[in-house]
Design a protein around this ligand. Structure first.
Ligand code: FAD
Length: 448
């Protein structure tokens, strides 16, 4: 459908006019994303020299929603759009922006985030993957873990240690790293949801060219912080940009040559690790369910008569209150920012609040559906069976929410780390004593 509606916002009017002349469901996904990305509508919050329009994050979300409302396929969601593009736009050269960001906004390449390691998660700067210079290339050895989408990524945001002789934050370099090459082994890890969303990635004499260093040799920590700030901002805002479409960007996903119109109307796959990268289709479902606040669970409670139970009513009221507080905080931040100010710690508070809401939804939801909550299905055929047997079409959403609720308090910085940041940087509490920032990495004590 291609109906246009009047908008008071000139940018949305401009977008709708553009969509009226450019959207064609018969185009391939790749051809459509080429149009969308080069016109600046895929990642409008990037600056104009990085294939964007320099609009605010909120306006970017409105644009994505307007594309979905128009009935066109949304931007190529994923960690490329959410994390790599803004990082390269900030720290990369114009040549790197043209080499990497162009392929992100046009969906030609998909990205994963090669940050965490088996002994470097919260303590990310303790990472041990090494990159050693070899002519005009670097040779990379090490192991990454928790790599979401690594199995279908063309490129990775790689953090590697390039100088162990300096304090740990100072000897890290950020690379744009080709995933499809000898020396890169991606092993999927199956989760309790039944999916294999993330992976272990083993790097053995893998190579990356010198001109793929983003932000300078040994200056990777600054670039990594830009990636993490974008991750938290995306997660804290609850994720979804609202654009529709299940098409997977990149050469490995296999969707680029398919008909764009076939993906319209399907639920979105990539929201948060935000707009550009919910961690899974299931999580997108959960985020969509959550965006309706407590509504889904109130319907469930009405359905099986639990809406008269005073304890359930109390829990639902609590859930409703938390989601409304989150919304009001978002509005408050927006108002303060529009006046040039900021509310320190708000991304951390928003992320903590989102994690809490998800845990609360898990507990309230399972309480409402009762014993049938044990009937989780791991594929669409199974979901059909569960729905038929229980007569409850929303049961799979409730159980999916329950299983996925464990993830947000961990990814993008755990709840404890968010609290540490609020304590130290917002409330001014004293930092834990350590010599990490002055002792060379090679001299720090390590587990055997
Ligand atoms: C679904 C999902 C997807 C992910 N995707 C990616 C990805 O794509 N790429 C990527 O690089 N990583 C990814 N991660 C990894 C994520 O960033 C890490 O799991 C996270 O940073 C925590 O690190 P860790 O698992 O090593 O736990 P640890 O850092 O070992 O923490 C273990 C526990 O100790 C606590 N703790 C640690 N340090 C402190 C401290 N100083 N003060 C108080 N408590 C502390 C933590 O809060 C936690 O409870 C993903 C994780 C999940 C769950």
């Amino acid at each position: 459908m291609t109906a246009t509606t009047e908008s008071t916002e000139p940018l949305i009017d401009e977008l709708q006019q553009w969509l009226s002349s450019e959207w064609d469901p018969e185009l391939t996904v790749g051809a459509w994303w080429e149009r969308l990305g080069l016109a600046g509508w895929s990642a409008p919050s990037l600056p104009p020299n990085a294939y964007g329009k320099g609009v605010t994050r909120n306006d970017g979300i409105k644009i994505a929603q307007a594309i979905a409302a128009f009935g066109a396929l949304g931007a190529p969601a994923g960690l490329g759009l959410l994390l790599a593009a803004p990082t390269i736009a900030t720290h990369g050269t114009q040549e790197q922006i043209d080499r990497y960001v162009r392929d992100i906004v046009t969906g030609r390449q998909s990205w994963c985030q090669l940050f965490s390691e088996p002994s470097a998660g919260s303590d990310l700067a303790g990472l041990q993957t090494r990159a050693v210079k070899d002519g005009d290339e670097w040779i990379v050895n090490g192991q990454k873990v928790w790599t979401s989408g690594g199995q279908r990524a063309d490129m990775g945001m790689l953090l590697a240690r390039t100088d162990p002789g300096v304090p740990k934050h100072q000897g890290i370099t950020y690379f744009a790293f080709a995933m499809v090459q000898p020396g890169v082994e991606v092993r999927p890890l199956r989760e309790m949801t039944g999916r294999a969303l993330f992976n272990e990635v083993f790097l053995t004499d893998a190579r990356v060219p010198d001109d793929a260093v983003i932000g300078g040799i040994n200056h990777g920590w600054a670039a990594a912080n830009t990636t993490l700030a974008n991750e938290r901002a995306g997660l804290g805002s609850g994720g979804g940009s609202g654009a529709g479409g299940l098409a997977i960007p990149g050469t490995v996903g296999g969707d680029l040559d398919r008909r764009a119109g076939d993906f319209v109307g399907a639920p979105r796959s990539g929201g948060s690790k935000g707009s550009g990268g919910a961690k899974s289709d299931g999580e997108a479902t959960m985020l969509q369910a959550m965006s309706g606040g407590a509504g889904l669970l109130i319907d469930q409670a009405k359905r099986n008569g639990k809406n008269t139970d005073p304890l359930v009513r109390q829990d639902l009221a609590r859930l409703y209150t938390w989601t409304e507080l989150g919304r009001f905080n978002g509005l408050r931040l927006k108002a303060v920012k529009s006046g040039g100010g900021d509310i320190p710690g708000m991304p951390n508070i928003s992320k903590l609040s989102m994690s809490h809401i998800m845990r609360l939804s898990r507990d309230v939801g399972l309480g409402i559906v009762g014993a049938s909550g044990m009937l989780h299905s791991y594929d669409s055929a199974g979901r059909g069976t569960v729905t038929a047997v229980t007569g409850n079409p929303l049961l799979p959403v409730v159980t999916e929410m329950a299983l996925l609720a464990q993830a947000p308090p961990i990814y993008g910085g755990t709840d404890q780390i968010q609290r540490n940041i609020i304590g130290e940087r917002v409330l001014g509490l004293p930092k834990e004593p350590n010599s990490d920032r002055t002792t060379p990495f090679s001299e720090l004590p390590r587990n055997a």
